[in-house]
Design a protein around this ligand. Structure first.
Ligand code: ADP
Ligand code: MG
Length: 683
C-alpha cells in the first residue's frame, strides 16, 4: 500500500520542512504512513452517570454550565479556572489548571461535556479537556491517543490525521482481495483505517483491527513466499541425484529405527536435494530428538551423488563433538569425514585442503569459519549448519549467495514456536522433529529454595556415589563478568569444601582462554572431573552422557529458553537424569518460570510460554532478530491470523491469476511485485 499512496505529508496544511522532519522521526513520511499511524489507545468519551463513577476514574460528564467560568491567576503563568455544571440536578464543581483560554468555551446555560478525573469525596471533577472544543469533536465516542514526541504533540497528530482524512480519503484503495474480505468477515481497508482512528464502538474497532492485521500479515506472507518461489525458480540450485538404495542401506544399518518425525525430515530433505533448487531448510528439534542422524543421512545422500558436504558448528568443541558423532555413525560405512579447526596442524591442514580440492574427502567438519575461509571444495553440494540461531541474518544471506549454491540445512535445538519461525525464518522451509526417540527417560526437574542447600548437597552426594557427574551453573549476573567470576569461584569453593577430595570439582568460567575451557570440558568428558561448576559458558550441545544432574543456582535469573537449554545438557545417557533449580524468585514471573520448568520438558511448549511471557523482540534479542515489524499485528496474539494469511498467500501464489489479473494489482503493488519481479527496495 505504501507504494500505492506515497504522497508526502508536506501536502498537508501546516506541515512545513520542520514539522515534516519531526514527523519523520515518528516514522511518518507519506500520507499512507500517517493513515496507518494508529492510536495506541483510546479515551472513552461516553458520558457517564454520576451515580456509578468511582474515585480517581477518568470520565466524561455532561451538564449545563451554571455560570461563566472564573479564572484566577497566581504565580508565574499559573492559573485556575473554575465553574460549575448541573448534572441531573447535581451541582458539580470543575477546575482546570493552566488552561485559562478554555473560559470562552463555557457559556452560561449551555450544555457542556467535560473529560476529567473524578474526586469522589468532594464530588468534583479535575478537568482535562472540554469535548467539542478545539481538539475533540463533539460526537467523538472514543478519542484516539497517538504516540507523540517532544516536537509533535498528540493533538497535532490528530489534527493532521483528520485533515488527511478529509482531503485524501478518496485515494485510499482496496488492497485485500474481495473474496478474502468476505471469507474472513473483514471490512474495506478505507473503512478500517477510519475506524481505527475514530471508532464508534469497541466492536467496530475490533473489526477494523482484524482487517489491518490481516492486511499486514497477507502482504508480509506474500512477500516472503514470493521471494522464496522466485529464489527456487531461478534454478541456481544443484540437483543432487543421490542413490536411494545407498541411503536405505545406511539407515537400515543403524541399531535403531528412525522415529516418524525423523523419517519425515529425511524425506523432506532428500526431496529438496533432488530438486534443482537450493535447499534452505531449518531442522528444529529438542536436544536429543535425533537431528544429527538425519543430517548424517543427508551427507550420505550427497556422497552417493559424488558431491561433498560441509558441517559447521558455532564452536570448535562442538565441531569436534560432531566429528566424533559422525565418525561413530559412519563406523561401518564408507564416508570420509575430516575435522578442520584452528588446532589442526599446519601440515595436516595443507594436506586436508589438497584432498578436499581433489574430492577425496566427503565431508569436512569445522566452525562457521569454514565457509568464509579460502577452503576450496571439488564440488560442494551440501552445507549443514548447527545451532543456526547464533547465525545472523546477514550470514544466512552470504551463504545463500555463495557461488556453488549448495543445499543448506540449518539445525537448531532451540525450538522456536511456529509463529516465530514463520516470521523470523519466513524465507526458509521449516521441518520440526516433535518427538523423542522411544525409551528416553524424561529429565526430572525439581525446584528448591536456597535454604534447602543442605538437602541439595545430600542429593548430589547420592548421585555422585552412583558414579555420575554433575553440572552446577552459578548465578548469572548480567553485564558483569567480574561478578560472575566471583560468584562462580565462591560457589566452586562451597562445592569443594563439601565434596573434595573424594570428588573432583572444577571451575569453568567466561574469562578463561578458549583452550583452557576446552581442556576442562575434555577432562569432564573423560570423567576426570566429577562436578563442573560453571557460568553459562557450557556450550549448547556438549555431550557428556554420564552427567546426570544439572543444578542451576539462582535459576530465576535465567529465561525459560535458557533454562531449557541448560537442562538439555543432561539426560543424554541411559540413566535417569535430574535438573534442580535453586531459586527464591521475587516476582510472580519468576515463580511461574520455575513452575513451567518443573511441569514440562517439551522445548516447544516452553519456548511458546517464553514468547508469551517476554514478547517476540525480547525473546529473540532485538539486534539480529530479523523479525519484521508490524504496525498493528502481534505475532503472538494474532497467531491464528498469521496462519490464515500464510495459507491464503500460498493459495494466491499458486493461482496464475494473482500475478496477472487486474483485481490483484493493488495487492501486488503493496507486496512490491512489479512485472513479476519483487522489488527489494521495500526491505
Ligand atoms: P540431536 O542432534 O537432535 O540433539 P542426536 O542426533 O544427537 O540428537 O541424538 C541423540 C541420541 O539419540 C544419539 O545417541 C542418537 O544415536 C540417538 N538416536 C537418534 N535417533 C534415534 C532413534 N530414532 N531411536 C533411538 N535412538 C536414536
Ligand atoms: Mg546434536
Amino acid at each position: 500500500m505504501e507504494k500505492l499512496f506515497n504522497e508526502s505529508v508536506t501536502v498537508l496544511n501546516g506541515v512545513g520542512a520542520k514539522r515534516a522532519e519531526a514527523l519523520k522521526k515518528l516514522g511518518i513520511e507519506t500520507l499512507w504512513d500517517l493513515f496507518t499511524y494508529f492510536p495506541f489507545r483510546y479515551e472513552d468519551l461516553t458520558v457517564q452517570d454520576i451515580e456509578t463513577i468511582e474515585d480517581r476514574q477518568k470520565v466524561v460528564l455532561q451538564g449545563t454550565a451554571i455560570a461563566q467560568a472564573h479564572v484566577q491567576y497566581y504565580g508565574y503563568k499559573k492559573s485556575r479556572l473554575s465553574f460549575r455544571i448541573n448534572v441531573d440536578h447535581v451541582i458539580v464543581p470543575i477546575t482546570f489548571f493552566n488552561q485559562p483560554y478554555l473560559a470562552q468555551q463555557i457559556v452560561e446555560g449551555e450544555e457542556i461535556k467535560v473529560f476529567g478525573t473524578w474526586d469522589a469525596s468532594r464530588m468534583q471533577l479535575s478537568g482535562i479537556k472540554i469535548i467539542g472544543g478545539s481538539t475533540v469533536n463533539k460526537n467523538e465516542k472514543f478519542e484516539p491517543i497517538y504516540h507523540s514526541s517532544k516536537e509533535i504533540s498528540h493533538a497535532v497528530i490528530k489534527k493532521l490525521v483528520v485533515q488527511a482524512w478529509d482531503k485524501y480519503q478518496g485515494e485510499i484503495q482496496e488492497v485485500i482481495p474481495e473474496e478474502l474480505i468476505s471469507k474472513y468477515q473483514l471490512i474495506p481497508i478505507k473503512e478500517a483505517i477510519y475506524n481505527m482512528h475514530f471508532p464508534k464502538s469497541p466492536a467496530v474497532m475490533d473489526t477494523a483491527r482484524s482487517t489491518i492485521v490481516f492486511m499486514e500479515f497477507l502482504i508480509f506472507q506474500l512477500r516472503v513466499q514470493y521471494r522464496r518461489l522466485q529464489h527456487k525458480n531461478i534454478g541456481t540450485g544443484q540437483a543432487i541425484h543421490y542413490n536411494l538404495e545407498r541411503l536405505k542401506i545406511f539407515f537400515s544399518s543403524l541399531s535403531f529405527e528412525l522415529t516418524k518425525a525423523q523419517k519425515e525430515a529425511v524425506n523432506a530433505i532428500s526431496a529438496d536435494m533432488k530438486r534443482p533448487i537450493q535447499m534452505y531448510r531449518l531442522l528444529q528439534g529438542d536436544v536429543g530428538s535425533g537431528k544429527t542422524i538425519v543430517a548424517a543421512g543427508a551427507i550420505v545422500a550427497a556422497q552417493s551423488a559424488n558431491v561433498q558436504s560441509a558441517f559447521m558448528a558455532p564452536t570448535e568443541i562442538l565441531a569436534e563433538q560432531h566429528f566424533q558423532s559422525l565418525q561413530a555413525i559412519y563406523k561401518d560405512f564408507d564416508i570420509n569425514v575430516v575435522l578442520l579447526t584452528s588446532s589442526t596442524s599446519a601440515k595436516e591442514r595443507r594436506e586436508l585442503l589438497i584432498d578436499l580440492k581433489k574430492g577425496k574427502i566427503d565431508c569436512v567438519v569445522g566452525t562457521h569459519a569454514l565457509i568464509q575461509e579460502d577452503v576450496i571444495f571439488s564440488h560442494l553440494g551440501l552445507v549443514v549448519i548447527d545451532e543456526q540461531h547464533r547465525f545472523g541474518v546477514n550470514q544466512r544471506k552470504d551463504l545463500r549467495e555463495k557461488g556453488e549454491h549448495p543445499d543448506v540445512l540449518f539445525m537448531t535445538a532451540t525450538p522456536i514456536p511456529r509463529t516465530l519461525s514463520m516470521t523470523a525464518y519466513g524465507e526458509m522451509d521449516v521441518t520440526t522433529i516433535n518427538e523423542m526417540p522411544p525409551g528416553r527417560l524424561p529429565i526430572k526437574t525439581y525446584w528448591i529454595r536456597k535454604k534447602q542447600l543442605k538437602n541439595l548437597m545430600n542429593t548430589i552426594m547420592k548421585e555422585l556415589k552412583k558414579d555420575s557427574q554433575i553440572y552446577v551453573i552459578s548465578p548469572l549476573i548480567e553485564e558483569s563478568d567480574a561478578l560472575d567470576l566471583e560468584n562462580a569461584t565462591r560457589l566452586a569453593e562451597i562445592y569443594r569444601q563439601t565434596f573434595s577430595p573424594a570428588y573432583r570439582v572444577a571451575l569453568l568460567h567466561g574469562r578463561m582462554q578458549a583452550i583452557d575451557k576446552e581442556e576442562i570440558m575434555q577432562q569432564f568428558k573423560k570423567h576426570e572431573i566429577d562436578i563442573l561448576v560453571s557460568t553459562t559458558v557450557i556450550e549448547v550441545g556438549v555431550d557428556v552422557s554420564n552427567a546426570t544432574m544439572m543444578v542451576i543456582h539462582d535459576a530465576d535469573r535465567f529465561g525459560l529458553a535458557q533454562l531449557h537449554q541448560l537442562r538439555g545438557r543432561v539426560g543424554r545417557g541411559q540413566k535417569q537424569s535430574y535438573c534442580i533449580l535453586v531459586a527464591d524468585p521475587k516476582g510472580e514471573n519468576g515463580v511461574k518460570r520455575m513452575q513451567i520448568m518443573t511441569e514440562s520438558t517439551d522445548g516447544f511448549k516452553i519456548s511458546q510460554k517464553d514468547l508469551e511471557m517476554r514478547g517476540p523482540g525480547e525473546y529473540f534479542g532485538k539486534k539480529q532478530s530479523g523479525l519484521p515489524e508490524f504496525k498493528v499485528a502481534d505475532i503472538v496474539e494474532d497467531e491464528s491470523v498469521l496462519e490464515a494469511a500464510r495459507y491464503e498467500a500460498a493459495d494466491l501464489l499458486m493461482a496464475e491469476t494473482f500475478l496477472q489479473n487486474d483485481a490483484y494489482h493493488n495487492l501486488r503493488t503493496s507486496v512490491g511485485i512489479e512485472d513479476g519481479r519483487i522489488n527489494d527496495i521495500l526491505d
